[in-house]
Ligand binder design. Structure first.
Ligand SMILES: Nc1nc2c(ncn2[C@@H]2O[C@H](COP(=O)(O)OP(=O)(O)O)[C@@H](O)[C@H]2O)c(=O)[nH]1
Ligand SMILES: [Mg+2]
Length: 303
């Protein structure tokens, strides 16, 4: 999926503290949505993957529009690097407000993916039962993965494929191009994920998507995004900042310079290397090295 970055606008917006400027080609969103609708027509169950560290921002605004009302399982992935106190709160919230089941996963955990398979089979069972009730033959439930870039779609699909091993050929009369993979006798998975198009009108959302690497790196300034991230960490997890970057006390919002000086990231002339700070902080957050962090809380949206 290509995004168009207008460098000039980017500069201009940065002056207004707007860090990300992504612009879809006209018709791009509509086209992507159409493709998702076509893909979801092929399946009984949709596995909607979001990033457990930003459950609101990583979720598509209008999933009903693209999922043809198919039963959905909301998968809060990267739960291994999200705040373990907040993930269960999000799961209850999702159940109460959206009314769909959710699970928390780490894509590398066989145990988590077994739960995912079990939930997917349970969600698809009514469909198979109704086929049988109409006198048709029982068959495996068909599922697909959808989600924004970098939430872990491929990791989950690959793990499910490894669990299942067997490839299933293309289905006559269903589609010529889609490849199906047998996860177990009850579940088949479309091997290509549906990529959800993003609308990035909301600046704070765009910033968070940049933090989790869901947006092309060309579309934003790393230094600016990492400053926003440090601000959020200072507000929500000041001790993690202090410990991980060996800062003395975090009584005030640390700057990228403070972090560079503390970690001795210096340029040849001796000044703090703020670009290196920015790159390392983003990478540390993305891989969970700073700590198990969730940037959005249920409490915050209920205020
Ligand atoms: N810590 C952690 N990293 C994950 C998890 N799932 C995926 N990743 C990492 O996130 C990055 C993007 O994953 P990928 O599966 O390519 O995402 P996709 O763009 O949605 O297909 C990769 O570096 C993965 O190793 C997870 O559950 N936990
Ligand atoms: Mg992928």
């Amino acid at each position: 999926m290509s995004v168009l970055v207008r460098q000039q606008d980017l500069k201009k917006k940065q002056e207004n503290k707007i860090m990300v400027n992504i612009h879809w080609y006209p018709g791009h969103i509509a086209k992507a949505e159409k493709k998702l609708r076509e893909q979801s027509n092929l399946v009984d169950v949709i596995l909607e993957i979001i990033d457990a560290r930003i459950p609101i921002s990583s979720r598509y605004d209008n999933p009903d529009k693209i999922t043809n009302q198919k039963p959905r399982l909301l998968v809060l992935n990267k739960a291994d690097i999200a705040d373990p106190a907040l993930t269960p709160q999000w799961m209850s919230y999702i159940k109460e407000t959206i009314g769909i089941p959710s699970i928390a996963t780490s894509a590398s955990s066989s145990k988590d993916l077994s739960v995912l398979i079990k939930e997917a089979v349970q969600l698809g069972k009514p469909k198979i039962d109704s086929l049988v009730a109409k006198g048709m033959r029982s068959r495996a439930i068909r599922a697909m993965v959808v989600g924004m870039p970098n939430v872990g779609k491929s990791s989950i699909i690959n793990k499910l494929i490894r669990k299942g091993k067997a490839k299933v050929g293309p289905k006559a009369g269903v589609t010529r191009t889609a490849q199906w993979v047998r996860v177990n006798p009850k579940l088949e998975l479309l091997d290509t994920p549906g990529i959800i198009p993003m609308r990035l009108e909301d600046q704070s959302r765009a910033e968070k998507l940049a933090m989790v690497n869901s947006i092309s790196e060309n579309a934003y300034d790393q230094v600016e995004i990492s400053k926003v991230l440090v601000g959020l960490l200072y507000e929500k997890y000041p001790n993690y900042l202090k410990q991980h970057y060996k800062l003395d006390e975090v009584v005030e919002l640390p700057g990228l310079e403070d972090i560079a000086l503390s970690r001795k990231w210096l340029k040849p002339g001796g000044e703090p290397d703020t670009e290196r700070s920015a790159a390392v902080i983003l990478s540390d957050f993305r891989t969970g090295r700073i700590g198990k962090i969730t940037l959005e809380s249920v409490a915050q949206i209920q205020d």
